[in-house]
Ligand binder design. Structure first.
Ligand SMILES: [Zn+2]
Length: 472
């Protein structure tokens, strides 16, 4: 579409903005001009706004949103897209993180550039169909010439807003780390490739479609010096975020105390990882003092409930974090410790896990509502990624807008609260998705992608990796 083309998303069953006032309209419409929102509100008010000024041309095209809940596109804050290649490997058995990683590292070591590109495309397609319009990814393993560029290529093809983070592992088994030595890189190579990627791809401006982050993998796979150097490198550029796994499991906490002499967040603090440019995946096991520390420094947390359940990691105290003012977003985590890429479904998991984690006899409004769960996936994601122009619908905000049907089989009878129904009922796929003003999904179909062909190629690559690792 041209920069000025207008699209009217008309007469949504419910328009939910997730803006500061949490405005919602039955029968609401949104007028999009180019890549941002020009007007929104009750349908008649939007039409009256257009008619009030002859300079305001009416929309060139419309999206009929009757029967849909229309809301901001969802934001995925943590992922390893390459892991779609190894779904259902070990997850059926109840393994915990370290045992699961040791099973999967050799298979991931079989990856090549095509496997990274194809798995990213497949995982992103699944995410977009589940409502995601912005995706952060964490690629930390670079076997056989694979590079971050390979997944960026896939994101550009699909038109999703992308936050790739350049991951890294530099401490192998021989040095007391968890990954096999041959899957680690030298710290010089990691830092120079990080610099190259920032120079080549990073766009710090508002409405950016691609922002880089730096992401040493975890306390048990990189050195303190790499953590510190990565933080300094990121901060020498505008808008480059810092991301890592932290406080994911009790095993990790024990590793930190034994090998580093301190708890995970103290370690992060010691290597200069605190601030609004930092977001940690998981934070399942923070102490009350650590929650206070996160709130005080503005460091973000990406909650990954399904992964935390599959790997028996625990229940992150998200209710308490939100109440204390911590910035919290939502992520599906790698497809192999979730075995899915359904971001709306992840919001449902977040809602359910917070409720079951603190059972009781009283009904409580703060038990964790559907709107709070959806808020993690919208405003929360925008906050941890430092993207105020995303995650809510208002005049001037980015035109990242999705619509879910509410008049289908799964939502029959859910008339009383259609927005909550998106996560209290079975989560479904989007009916339409617009990213940066471009229509990416129409009538439930991802545009311009042959999905069966993509799945076939993906599975051939997956089989080759299993065979290469001697698991087939
Ligand atoms: Zn992860």
């Amino acid at each position: 579409m041209s920069a000025s083309e207008r699209v009217l998303i008309r007469q949504a069953h419910l328009l939910a903005t997730f803006d500061d006032s949490e405005r919602e309209w039955l029968g609401g419409s949104v007028l999009v001009a180019g890549n941002c929102i020009e007007a929104l509100g009750a349908h008649d008010d939007v039409l009256a706004w257009i008619a009030a000024d002859p300079a305001r041309r009416s929309a060139e095209s419309t999206i009929d949103a009757r029967g849909c809940v229309v809301m901001p596109g969802l934001i995925n804050g943590h992922h390893h897209l390459f892991q779609t290649l190894t779904r259902a490997l070990g997850t059926g058995e109840g393994r915990v993180l370290f045992d699961w990683l040791k099973l999967l590292y050799p298979v991931w070591g079989q990856m090549n550039p095509e496997a990274v590109r194809v798995s990213a495309k497949l995982g992103l397609a699944e995410l977009i169909l589940s409502g995601a319009t912005t995706v952060a990814d964490h690629l930390y393993l670079f076997a056989n010439g694979a590079r971050v560029d390979d997944e960026i290529e896939a994101a550009l093809e699909l038109g999703v807003r992308f936050h790739p983070t350049r991951g890294s592992m530099s401490v192998g088994q021989s040095a007391g780390g968890l990954p096999p030595d041959h899957l680690t890189e030298t710290e010089d190579a990691i830092l120079s490739d990080s610099e190259r990627l920032i120079a080549h791809y990073h766009d710090p401006e508002p409405f950016s479609m691609l922002r880089l982050g730096l992401a040493p993998c975890s306390p048990f796979s990189v050195s303190a010096d790499l953590m510190r150097q990565s933080a300094r490198l990121a901060r020498s550029h505008r808008g480059v975020g810092l991301h890592t796994h932290l406080a994911e499991t009790l095993d990790e906490e024990r590793y930190c105390v034994e090998h580093l002499g301190m708890r995970p967040l103290d370690y992060a603090d010691a290597v200069e990882w605190a601030g609004t440019d930092v977001w940690f995946a998981h934070m399942v096991h923070p102490s009350p003092g650590e929650i206070e520390h996160l709130a005080r420094h503005g460091s973000g947390v990406c909650h990954c409930p399904t992964s935390n359940m599959i790997l028996a990691s625990g229940i992150a105290p998200i209710r308490e974090m939100l109440d204390r003012g911590v910035r919290v977003g939502l992520g599906v985590d790698g497809s192999a410790s979730n075995d899915g890429n359904h971001l709306l479904g992840e919001a449902r998991q977040a809602m359910l896990l917070q409720r079951v984690g603190w059972p009781g006899f009283e009904s409580r409004a703060d038990r964790f509502s559907a709107r709070e769960a959806l808020g993690l996936a919208t405003r929360g994601g925008a906050r941890i990624l430092g993207r105020p122009e995303l995650g809510s619908l208002a005049v001037g905000q980015a035109a990242d807008i999705v619509g879910f049907r509410i008049d289908d089989l799964e939502h029959a009878g859910a008339q009383s609260d259609p927005l909550a129904a998106l996560v209290t009922c079975t989560p479904t796929r989007v009916w339409f998705s617009m990213i940066n003003g471009r229509r990416v999904v129409q009538k439930g179909e991802l545009q311009g992608i042959d999905l069966p062909l993509l799945v076939e190629r993906h599975n051939a690559l997956s089989r080759a990796m299993l065979e290469g690792a001697g698991l087939r």
